[in-house]
Design a binder for this molecule. Structure first.
Ligand code: PMP
Length: 431
């Protein structure tokens, strides 16, 4: 079984891990206590790594500080969600103002309309929207809509795609079919057509990411995406585009660039400005099933569309301008070529997938079909911990996602730190 599934990781090299243990005594104490209280000491698998994760005390701009007092340049930004970095002043001001006025009540609030209007204005296929508290909930809600609209019970998604942690999606993200989950190969239209020909009568919706995120930043071919949409419709299934991660790549999501109109769009991450959020958008016709005047399904949630998330999301979206998106993309290109050159200098095998401001790195000659299938865990774990030892923070699976507050100088600094980390990795590998 892949280590990605079991969560176990190969032990990092001696000197790298010794240095990590020496620097992070208070994080270790926190982990020991956490393990008594939570299975594996965590509530979030994606922010766990061996031997234990850092405990962060505070963040500001492009940096954060752990409880042992070390500073880090943050190149993952909470898996793409903190698109303006930490404690972004305009978000702090807007949320502080809102918090002082109250944070949630069982009635409507005005910021809800403002964030919804911003999204409707930016994302062309969205006429109406429903908010949730996570992208995972958005996936579950999109699937509920599809089941009600079509009267069918199953879904089709890409093998190794990611649409959140409800079980019907989770097994697919590890490459397994299940009682309600069919899988086909990403960027292989014929494979999707085959599954739809065979099982289409049971399939309520086809879910796709326009760029696969968790699988390692793999861009969907526009012809493939258009083709799957047509095949889904031919089979009488809905086409759901998951833009939870990809909204950061352009003003209106990848759908504007590709010119594709999904039946439903999943959103999350940046639309909450750093607070828990998710959403499903689509035509008013499609979302009519929630309308209290003619309700087909009961959708609610104690914290759905709470005003703090709504004001934070409003600032986050307003301030994510095209200029800033393009600047992040340029910085990410610089980072990509700098990291590639550093790996070459240190004699390490290296490859990258990049789309816009996101990059996935691999310590292998070529990128695998999915991060789930990677075979470079030992080098990757060494590099991840070595980066931390040198004050640089990336995801342990090699994902990097930039923020708008990073500067050219920050990227130059990140490359210096990564160079030192690669030197440590190469030294351990050579022995
Ligand atoms: N869909 C995609 C494409 C995602 O990247 C994610 C989160 N990484 C989700 C859904 C689930 O979102 P959340 O973590 O907010 O539940």
């Amino acid at each position: 079984m892949s280590t990605a599934i079991t969560g176990s990781q190969p032990e990092a090299a001696d000197r790298i891990i010794t240095s990590y243990l020496e620097r992070t005594g208070r994080s270790a104490e926190n982990y020991a206590l956490a393990c008594k209280l939570m299975p594996g000491g965590t509530s979030r698998q994606a922010s766990f790594w061996s031997p234990y994760p850092l405990v962060i005390d505070s963040g500001s701009g492009a940096r954060f500080q752990d409880i042992d007092g070390h500073n880090y340049l943050d190149l993952i930004n909470n898996y793409t969600a903190m698109v303006h970095g930490h404690a972004y002043p305009a978000i702090v001001a807007a949320t502080q103002q809102q918090i002082a006025k109250g944070t949630a009540w069982a009635a409507a609030n005005e910021p809800h309309n403002r964030l919804a209007a911003l999204i409707v204005d930016r994302v062309p296929s969205i006429e109406q929207i429903r908010f949730t508290n996570s992208g995972s909930e958005a996936g579950a809600l999109a699937f509920t809509i599809a089941r009600i609209v079509t009267g069918r019970t199953k879904l089709l998604m890409a093998r190794y795609g990611y649409h959140g942690s409800p079980l019907e999606f989770e097994i697919g993200s590890f490459g397994n079919e299940g009682p309600i989950t069919h899988l086909a190969t990403y960027n292989d239209l014929a494979d999707f057509e085959t599954v739809l020909n065979e099982h289409g009568h049971d399939i309520a919706a086809v879910f796709l990411e326009p760029v696969m995120g968790a699988s390692g930043i793999i861009a969907g071919d526009p012809d493939f995406l258009h083709g799957v949409r047509a095949a889904a419709h031919k089979a009488g299934a809905l086409f759901v585009l998951d833009e939870v991660l990809t909204l950061r790549f352009s003003r209106g999501g990848c759908q504007t660039e590709i010119g594709i109109t999904p039946d439903l769009t999943m959103l999350g991450k940046i639309i909450g400005g750093g607070f828990p959020v998710g959403a499903v958008g689509g035509s008013s016709d499609m979302l009519r099933i929630f309308d209290p005047a003619d309700m087909k399904v009961f959708h609610t949630g104690t914290f759905n569309a709470n005003p703090v998330t709504m004001v934070a999301g409003e600032v986050s979206l307003r301030e994510l301008t095209l200029d800033r998106i393009e600047r992040m993309d340029e910085l990410c290109k610089t980072l990509q070529s700098g990291l590639t050159a550093a790996a070459k200098r240190h004699g390490l095998p290296f490859s990258t997938n990049r789309y816009g401001s996101c990059l996935n790195i691999y310590f292998s000659q070529s990128a695998p079909e999915s991060s789930v299938l990677r075979d470079d865990e030992l080098l990757m774990n060494n590099f991840h911990l070595a980066c931390i030892n040198h004050g640089l923070f990336i995801a342990h699976r090699g994902l990097i996602a930039l923020s708008t507050v990073l500067t050219k100088e920050d990227i130059a600094e990140a490359l210096e730190r990564a160079d030192m980390a690669m030197r440590d990795v190469a030294a351990e590998t050579g022995e």
